[in-house]
Write a protein that binds this ligand. Structure first.
Ligand code: ADP
Length: 425
């Protein structure tokens, strides 16, 4: 038969998954692996753990389906940085993890980058690169920088030094003009920077030894990936400007597809490029973590059942886990507001859910005021997405259709990138 399948892999914070889909997006197989966490000199050997997980997942792909796989793509955690020796392919330093901060490099980065640029944060890839560059005795001549997804993909295709413009944003790449900016190219460490393609662009064929070992077909191509949060957005298939995904996990994160690019460092709002559109993002500190401080997930379900979502709650809260908010209100001193607490827990929860919905509405209003495309339809992901009553409350408060996203796994989004890469090949 001429049936072809597309393999996406997601390397997230706690483990990795794959999803295998056909051209209609139907899932044929999926699986999950925890990282084995090999130790080396008292720290986790992430290079070995990720590499082992990559090949374990390939083994988890059912043998009879492998022959049908036309393409592979991978997403990884944003700003997870690996520096390799281009002669040996060995890493020159332990990986810098997504959450790791390199404040030592910040003054130098701030002195070269425009004010409020994405790289001006201690966790940016550029700060990690500069921090490594400043280490005495670092082997600089043959070094190359890769993001986690680039490195995993390199293990599959073997062409060193390829990235995508989503992963490369935090090292300073400008996806609008499709190059690194002059202030970065004039730095000596710019020689480490990878070349950059669109996410879901074919890089080359799967390495022959891997292909024959696992039984993948001869024409199987490896495609550039993206970051894990963008892959999760892609999974929801919100492909038109004005469609968005609100993630109701521990925090509330918004990603809106827009025809134009907006940035505002005050609110932590910035845009990733997706082909001819922009994915505008912002994250509030409100969200499910506050709910979990007050109610168990079981209580949340039982109490939610008793809420009438058509009735507006008069309670006006600003639920936060700790002091400080950035988006849609930039106020590092903002205190959580969860009082007065009514006698009835149903009314209390109603007030909290409705208050979070008002923050969501304010967030979409702010994105519009900053110049993004007006939101028309909201998909929802995360632990809060299963709450039907909350969805109804949000529809009323936002004045928009709100739906639970059918697919929310980043691995599914990566599989869609593999599909894209195979179609354009
Ligand atoms: P994260 O991955 O960001 O930690 P999840 O996407 O797993 O979070 O979502 C977990 C959150 O979902 C918890 O903070 C919890 O309060 C919230 N949650 C779980 N069940 C419900 C529910 N029925 N209604 C609203 N929120 C819920």
């Amino acid at each position: 038969s001429d049936q072809r399948l597309y393999l996406g892999m997601d390397f997230g914070t706690s483990g990795a998954r794959f999803a295998l889909i056909d051209k209609h997006g139907t899932i044929f197989s999926e699986a999950k692996r925890e990282y084995p966490k090999y130790m080396s000199e008292e720290t986790i050997d992430w290079i070995r753990s990720w590499k082992t997980t990559l090949f374990s997942l390939l083994e988890d792909v059912p043998v009879n389906l492998r022959q049908l796989i036309a393409s592979i793509s991978i997403d990884g955690t944003s700003a997870t940085t690996i520096i390799l020796d281009s002669n040996t392919g060995e890493s020159l330093w332990r990986p810098f993890l997504y959450s790791e901060s390199c404040p030592d490099a910040l003054p130098m980065v701030k002195s070269i980058a425009p004010a409020n640029h994405t790289v001006c944060s201690g966790t940016s890839t550029l700060c990690k690169l500069v921090s490594w560059w400043n280490i005495e005795g670092a082997n600089k001549t043959s070094a190359v920088l890769l993001h986690q997804a680039d490195w995993l993909l390199w293990l599959l295709h073997g062409k060193l030094g390829v990235s995508d413009y989503n992963n490369a944003l935090k090292v300073g790449y400008d996806p609008e003009v499709e190059s690194y900016p002059p202030w970065l190219l004039s730095q000596p460490y710019s020689q480490l920077l990878p070349s950059v393609k669109a996410p879901g662009a074919s890089i080359g064929f799967l390495k022959e030894d891997i292909r024959t070992k696992f039984g993948f077909p001869k024409d199987c191509v490896v495609c550039t990936g993206t970051t894990d949060s963008i892959a999760a957005f892609l999974a929801a298939r919100a492909t038109e400007p004005g469609k968005s995904v609100t993630s109701l996990g521990s925090t509330l994160a918004i990603k809106l597809l827009s025809t134009n690019r907006i940035e505002d460092a005050r609110f932590g709002v910035y845009s990733h490029r997706l082909d001819d559109k922009w994915l505008v993002g912002g994250a509030s500190n409100t969200g499910g973590a506050v709910l979990r401080q007050i109610f168990t997930d079981e209580q949340l379900e039982k109490l939610s059942d008793l809420i009438n979502p058509m009735e507006a709650s008069p309670l006006d809260y600003y639920p936060l886990q700790a002091v400080g908010e950035r988006f849609p209100l930039a106020d590092p001193e903002m205190a959580p507001r969860l009082h007065p607490r009514p006698q009835s827990d149903v009314e209390y929860l109603h007030g909290i859910l409705e208050s979070i919905a008002r923050i969501e509405a304010k967030a979409y209003r702010l994105l519009k005021d900053l110049g993004a495309t007006q939101v028309e339809e909201v998909f929802t992901a995360g632990g809060g997405a299963k709450n039907e009553k909350w969805i109804r409350i949000r529809e009323r408060v936002l004045g928009l259709p709100v739906r639970r996203a059918i697919q929310t796994e980043a691995a599914y989004g990566a599989a869609l990138l593999a599909l894209k890469g195979a179609q354009h090949n």
